[in-house]
Design a protein around this ligand. Structure first.
Ligand SMILES: Cc1ncc(COP(=O)(O)O)c(C=O)c1O
Length: 445
């Protein structure tokens, strides 16, 4: 078995963070308990291309892509040059810069359904703006949603609709503390794919539904006709359809998942991959859906920041120039084939599923309850071999054939450890860390 990398500096920083920063980190997905705690790196010194060096000096190939925010690769030279040039011209002026209009034109040209544009600095924030616009435009209160849309009150209030003892909160131990109870019932979850359920909610709350917010697809294509059905329900009821493309946008298609699935919403929320690691979010939509936003209080000082605008403009143009759609698919398919091969060589069964740009390994296990432990063991063994990630292998444009080769070799060795643990029924003994916490529930229902 490979030697355990030393992450002692990471662990010490995390201990200090615990004393100073409630919740340790700024994004729940970066918490130690989400990885192999004690083996996985927690603090990074520098990242470049597809790799990073942690504070202990260990080098890793990274498949988490900064939780989806990186698409071209870390510290992309072209985006960074545009950002540095913009810093020299000033990151924030007293008045707006023409970059706002230039980026608006680029987004309108790129995203089907985009006629008007607003900006933010992050994804959850952009979702909150979209919810505000939907409510303001329709003069209605209720948002129906499925999936994850950030930390804001409008969305987290849905947790009050859940029985506290059901274990159905988005993340174990993080309840909607601090979210006004008065908002309960103003955002209601539905199950992705269940058109009847959505129809029932529209009937129950007739003339009160401002909009439906959802990811058009996350890991797989929807059933034929499903999104068209959602759109038809919205249209019939005078509600706005909002696609949250914060995570799924850009990778399958530069125009967003809506282009791949050929269903256009009234509004679309974008962030993360839009700007390759610089803070930026956008809400785009039809004139009809968005024009009334000029009457609403939607305003923040740093939404004018030029660094994010320059980063987004350059990222979108670079995606187009580098033929990203074709390249990300090819690399994703290559990664999936290599990982599938590793599964076979290790004597296990399982396969990568999902969109070709974001393949995800699913192992067939003798008992599904073993999944959290096996998942943790995989992260642990991969970390020992210099690979940082979960069980997903979605590439950035900076990932190389060599990265895939090294990752597949590490996966084969890690999966052999899992096979041994399954055969000997001693997975617990092979784990040198606590079982990672279950991912927070993207579907409240
Ligand atoms: C679909 C979706 N919406 C919204 C968000 C929130 O974005 P941010 O973390 O930038 O606030 C995320 C983040 O994971 C997301 O995946």
């Amino acid at each position: 078995m490979a030697d355990q990398p030393t992450v002692s500096k990471s662990m010490e920083l995390y201990r200090k963070a615990g004393e100073r920063i409630p919740g340790w980190v700024q994004l729940i997905s970066r918490r130690a308990e989400r990885f192999a705690n004690g083996v996985s790196p927690l603090y990074i010194e520098s990242s470049k291309g597809s790799r990073f060096i942690d504070v202990d000096g260990n080098a890793f190939i990274d498949w988490t892509r900064a939780l989806g925010a990186i698409i071209l690769g870390y510290a992309d030279p072209v985006v960074d040059a545009a950002v540095k040039a913009q810093i020299d011209k000033g990151s924030l002026h007293s008045m707006s810069s023409s970059l706002e209009i230039e980026l608006a034109d680029e987004l309108i040209e790129t995203i089907p359904s985009a006629e008007m544009v607003r900006y933010t600095k992050g994804g959850g924030e952009a979702c909150a703006v979209a919810a505000r616009i939907a409510r303001g435009t329709t003069d209605r209160d209720i948002i129906l949603f499925c999936g994850y849309h950030g930390w804001h009150d409008w969305y987290q209030s849905a947790n009050y609709l859940v029985d506290p003892d059901s274990g159905e909160y988005p993340f174990a131990g993080i309840e909607p503390i601090g979210v006004p109870r008065a908002l309960a019932g103003t955002a209601i979850p539905f199950t992705y794919g269940d058109l009847d359920m959505l129809g029932r909610l529209f009937t129950e709350h007739q003339d009160q539904i401002a909009g439906v917010m959802m990811e058009p697809a996350r890991s797989d294509r929807p059933e034929p006709g499903y999104l068209e059905g959602v759109k038809e329900l919205c249209k019939r009821n005078g509600s706005l359809l909002i696609f949250d493309e914060v995570s799924c946008g850009w990778r399958e298609s530069i125009g967003g998942m809506q282009k791949v699935l050929d269903v256009t919403p009234d509004m679309t929320v974008l962030a993360k991959g839009i700007s390759n690691g610089y803070p930026m979010g956008a809400i785009v939509g039809s004139r009809e859906a968005m024009e009334a936003a000029r009457l609403m209080f939607i305003s923040s000082s740093y939404w004018t920041d030029n660094v994010g605008l320059a980063a987004a403009l350059t990222t979108i143009r670079e995606l187009k120039a580098r033929d990203s759609e074709k390249r990300l698919k090819e690399m994703g398919e290559q990664a999936a084939r290599a990982i599938d091969g590793a599964v076979q060589s290790a004597g296990l069964t399982g396969t990568c599923t999902g969109f070709s740009t974001t393949p995800n390994l699913n192992l067939d296990l003798p008992d599904p309850d073993l999944q959290p432990k096996v998942f943790t063991l995989f992260i642990q063994e991969m970390a020992k071999r210099g690979i940082h990630g979960y069980m997903g292998f979605g590439p950035t444009l900076a990932h190389t054939d060599e990265d895939i080769l090294i990752t597949a070799e590490a996966a084969e060795a890690s999966l052999r450890v899992i096979k041994q643990g399954l055969d000997n029924e001693n997975i617990d003994e092979l784990l040198v860390c606590d079982t990672r916490q279950e991912p927070f529930r993207r579907l409240v229902h």
